[in-house]
Design a protein around this ligand. Sequence first.
Ligand code: ZN
Length: 155
Amino acid sequence: MSDELRELYQEVILDHGREPRNFGKPEAANHHAHGHNPLCGDKVTIYLEVENDQVKDVGFEGSGCAISMASTSLMTETLKGRSIEEAHTFFRRFHDLMTGSEDGAGEEVDEEAFERLEVLSGVREFPMRVKCATLCWHTMEAAVKGERTEVSSNE
Ligand code: ZN
């Protein structure tokens, strides 16, 4: 990776870490899960509004290091408006990017959107920090699979 690219990546991480996007609980959220990374102390709650197998809205609350907050912020930007199937594929591809596994090998996602997540690829070099970056994704998976929490009975 060139120094210029590395600097650009650091800029993006710092920006999202300082000013996380989609912070807060969406009003119509119907799925949520809590995640905790004891190695670093990162805590995150992911909220999803899922309708017809589509992520209509996504938000989060929590606190943690710049990497965990930036990763969560970038994830919410990536997933808004996607199908659940796409969300799972992004999860597998991102997990591969971070850990070198091949769970999502050959699976296609919106590559332009995926490239934006690659700003976190430098984290691979610091195994202790990989969990900071993947926490939100594991939590999102748990939220999707978890029981639907009804917040409205007017359906
Ligand atoms: Zn962390």
